[in-house]
Write a protein of this length. Structure first.
Length: 431
């Protein structure tokens, strides 16, 4: 087991940095149990792909990068049991080799499975809930080192309480997921007038298996992604993948974003250029995980909030007005997605289908001015923040939006009476 003393940890976006006295990378469950029993304060971290300070701790930090194996695949039941530190990209590739796939995915596959689940990470598709909905059961190492197993079928209420857990209940160890037969996605992507999409938003949401939008404000068009599930053979071109997904989407885009940071006055022109470049429709069929996942973006700052889907048209109009009329000069793609309601106590989609609106910006000095303005908008429209993104820890507001938050706090106190897994982030939310 690898141990680093006085380790400087920084997250993916480099906006969260702290020094932890003991940084562990265990390879076995017994090591995890030993660490938990040894320390008074412990937190878990996966890839550090959260923008919030959810994992900050001074005493002991457990990183599960080396605890990342697939333990069992049941092809007949289409289930897979894995160690919690496995990265989504590792899981996708190994499932594909077995003829299986995850039911839904987000846009990035660099996260660890446990981290993505614990923070309520999601993909898009109004008939698909957040990633945690694919979990059948998981094991949790409690504060005293005892391992408990929590099953969706056998412990439904406890499962709903614990699956989105912010690392506040213990260390997630092994996870069993319900996969599905490998499938392809028919991807139709094109640019459409934003106003036209807003006026017909319900049709776009309901008539596609997976639907999302990218917007480069203040341009008048949005990039519309419509995915339908299919078993038709793949027809995507390797040349197109290299040119569009590697050369243009990574190197050229990162260069343009950097130019926009140095010369903010050019941001609008750069965004217009990018939308113009995407004017030609894309019509392809490719493996599901290759369509869901997009090229990794440049380092940036990010917040994201979930709103009630039934108000999508009204909220999109207000969102467009906010980002168009204010001089934010955002030289970054803004993503808009949709998820089905669920019953997970701390999920942002708890008992309501959601439209997710993001605010993304290159890391520059205006972020601290832009974020509070977006939060005023988000709270006005009853938004719930993504736990892994940046937001103000307004405990009273969070209580209004999460009706089960006090019930979760009671479960937390029962599983962790001495607050071993609590840090400043958890304390601010639950008191």
């Amino acid at each position: 087991m690898k141990i680093l003393k006085n380790h400087l940890f920084k997250n993916w976006a480099s906006n969260v940095r702290f020094t932890v006295s003991n940084f562990y990378q265990p390879e076995h469950e017994a090591d995890i149990i030993e660490i938990v029993r040894k320390h008074e304060k412990v937190r878990m971290v996966g890839s550090g792909h959260s923008w919030s300070d959810v994992c900050c701790i001074n005493d002991a930090l457990i990183n599960l990068d080396k605890y990342n194996k697939i333990l069992h695949i049941d092809k007949s039941a289409k289930t897979v049991t894995v160690q919690a530190g496995i990265k989504l990209w590792q899981l996708n590739e190994q499932l594909d080799d077995a003829g299986l796939a995850l039911v839904n995915l987000g846009s990035i596959d660099r996260q660890s499975l446990a981290g993505a689940i614990s923070t309520g990470t999601h993909g898009t598709g109004i008939n698909f809930s957040i990633l945690a909905a694919q979990i059948v059961s998981f094991d949790l190492i409690k504060a005293d080192g005892e391992k408990i197993s929590i099953s969706k079928n056998k412990d439904e209420n406890l499962f709903d309480a614990c699956v989105v857990n912010l690392g506040a209940l213990g260390i997630v160890s092994e996870i069993t997921l319900q996969a599905t037969e490998a499938f392809n996605l028919h991807d139709r992507t094109e640019t459409i007038d934003f106003d036209e999409v807003i006026e017909n938003i319900d049709a776009y949401i309901d008539n596609n298996d997976h639907f999302k939008m990218w917007w480069l404000p203040p341009t008048k068009k949005v990039v519309v992604y419509r995915y339908k599930r299919t078993h038709e053979p793949c027809n995507d071109s390797p040349i197109r993948q290299f040119v569009r997904d590697k050369l243009l989407s990574v190197y050229v885009y990162r260069s343009l974003v950097f130019i926009g940071k140095i010369l903010p006055a050019l941001s609008k022109a750069i965004n217009e250029l990018l939308i113009w470049d995407l004017r030609k429709p894309l019509n392809r069929i490719e493996k599901s995980y290759k369509v869901f996942i997009v090229p990794e973006p440049p380092l940036h700052r990010e917040t994201e909030w979930a709103f009630d889907r039934k108000n999508a048209k009204e909220i999109l109009k207000a969102y467009k007005q906010l980002l168009t009329e204010n001089d934010f000069r955002l030289n970054f793609i803004q993503e808009i997605r949709f998820t089905k309601a669920d019953n997970f106590w701390l999920s942002a989609s708890y008992q309501r289908s959601s439209i997710w609106l993001g605010l993304y910006a290159y890391n520059h000095e205006k972020w601290n001015d832009i974020l509070p303005q977006f939060e005023v908008f988000a709270q006005k429209h009853g938004g719930r923040p993504h736990w892994g993104k940046e937001f103000s820890l307004d405990k009273n507001y969070l209580r209004q939006q999460h009706p089960k938050i006090d019930d979760f706090a009671q479960v937390k106190n029962e599983l962790d009476p001495n607050r071993k897994f609590e840090n400043h982030f958890i304390e601010k939310i639950f008191g």
